[in-house]
Write a protein that binds this ligand. Structure first.
Ligand SMILES: NC(=O)c1ccc[n+]([C@@H]2O[C@H](COP(=O)([O-])OP(=O)(O)OC[C@H]3O[C@@H](n4cnc5c(N)ncnc54)[C@H](O)[C@@H]3O)[C@@H](O)[C@H]2O)c1
Length: 416
């Protein structure tokens, strides 16, 4: 069953609009995308043949500041997915009260099928196609699924070459040597850890005793696995696109990260007392904390009833559909919503952007301390709204985020 993520975004907005009284004109504004650009990206493949890929860059809202959001390379990318992801970015930056809006981009491509040179040509041509709607004051891209610091370096280079000077603030998630921030790569995982810690304190449970299952073993899944493993929690299972690996006694995450870093898939990892499971099986295994950290629409009305954990910590964007959300809530599962749980990435992206503008760079302690303060403050606000109004954390987070954007719309008014 195909689930359209932008329809889910609309449903999530409806849930919040039932809870807060908003001027209907403002409500209409929140639902709409400010601007979307579809581009054709022709590249010469290594075999001398030309291929044309489709790319997107969407600004959901720049009402509170420049757009901010990642770029995704995947064969499943389409305009509605990018629109949904851009909208979630608006809520995320607003929830953290960062002076930024929400944007997202992507190319419909399977990057595994491209050589490094082809990937570079694709990235450079895509950047040239979207150059008029990105920039430090307009919209600042960052990595997302299947893009990384190297891809950001190419984007920064194309942009700087076109403008005739080096402009590191056009992207975040860059290599440190060219204006990146320490702690950016681990930021989403660190933020998830701080929010999980704060939640465990409220729930009066010991994080170290938690048994964890993680779907996705890339930037987000890999970092949160490593942080929780180092903190002493037992990681029962992790997965990548090829499937999952499970051990009742807990996995050695360092060993698996080394395996992944050699470019190998988890389906090929063999060890005594470790069994292979599918991604579907992984989600319904019994555990304390389930962390979907791969892609959207993983917990749906079809499997929600079988989810067997105390806490869902959403590392991915949009991993739980609204119908599944209701089922989890009725089962008493504590869902820490994506716009809060995985907002550490955009938070440190913001720090990177400030450091670039000031040409003054922080150390890791400062990055993590400031991240912890912002994300735990956001968690506390969400927690108190959820307690006051007896609502799920997601609705509480949305109330805070949407209300801030709504206020900005009302204050600015409608041009002309
Ligand atoms: N990178 C960030 O800073 C960041 C920040 C916030 C949210 N996110 C979100 O987190 C999610 C993961 O992003 P990432 O940056 O870690 O991406 P990534 O490309 O580094 O890793 C993605 C992981 O998911 C796996 N995967 C891909 N397709 C899958 C499938 N069909 N089933 C199961 N596993 C699959 C991949 O094998 C890989 O292990 C995305 O939803 C992204 O939007 C990322």
């Amino acid at each position: 069953m195909e689930i359209n993520p932008f329809e889910i975004v609309q449903k999530q907005i409806d849930v919040v609009l039932e809870e807060i009284s908003l001027d209907p004109n403002t409500g209409q504004f929140l639902r709409r995308i400010e601007r979307s650009l579809i581009v054709s990206i022709p590249i010469m493949m290594d075999d001398g043949k030309m291929k044309i890929f489709e790319g997107y860059r969407v600004h959901h809202s720049t009402i509170r500041g420049p757009g901010k959001g990642g770029i995704r390379y995947s064969p499943h990318v389409n305009l509605d997915e990018v629109k949904a992801l851009a909208t979630w970015m608006t809520w995320k930056t607003s929830l953290l009260n960062l002076p930024l809006g929400g944007a997202k981009g992507g190319i419909c491509v399977d990057p595994m099928k491209l050589s490094k040179r082809e990937l570079e040509r694709l990235t450079r041509r895509y950047t040239a196609e979207i150059i008029n709607i990105i920039g430090p004051d307009i919209d600042i891209p960052a990595p997302d699924m299947n893009t990384n610091a190297q891809v950001m370096a190419w984007i920064m280079d194309v942009y700087s070459m076109q403008k005739g000077r080096t402009i590191p603030g056009v992207v975040t998630g860059k290599p440190i040597e060219i204006g990146g921030s320490v702690g950016r790569e681990s930021a989403t995982g660190m933020g998830m850890f701080y929010v999980l810690q704060a939640s465990c304190n409220k729930l009066d449970i010991d994080l170290k005793s938690m048994r964890i299952i993680i779907q996705g073993f890339g930037n987000v899944g890999g970092w949160i696995a490593n942080i929780l493993y180092e903190n002493g929690s037992k990681i029962l299972a992790v997965s990548d696109i090829s499937g999952g690996i499970f051990s009742e006694n807990g996995l050695n995450i360092k060993e698996l990260l080394e395996w992944r870093n050699q470019g190998k898939l988890l389906k090929d990892f063999q060890k005594n007392n470790h069994k292979h499971i599918t991604n579907e099986e992984l989600l319904t295994q019994e555990c304390d904390v389930l962390i979907p950290a791969a892609l959207e629409n993983q917990i749906t009305e079809i499997n929600a009833d079988k989810i067997n954990c105390k806490i869902v910590l959403e590392g991915a964007n949009g991993p739980t559909t609204p119908d599944a959300d209701k089922i989890l809530y009725n089962k008493g599962i504590y869902v820490i919503p994506d716009i809060l749980a995985n907002s550490g990435g955009v938070c440190v992206s913001y720090f990177e952007y400030i450091q670039d503008i000031h040409s003054y760079f922080w150390d890791l302690d400062r990055v993590n301390q400031e991240l912890k303060k912002i994300i735990v403050d956001a968690f506390e606000s969400v927690y108190s709204v959820s307690k006051e109004r007896n609502l799920p954390l997601r609705t509480a987070a949305y109330i805070i985020a949407l209300s801030r954007v709504a206020k900005a719309i009302e204050l600015r008014g409608i041009f002309p």
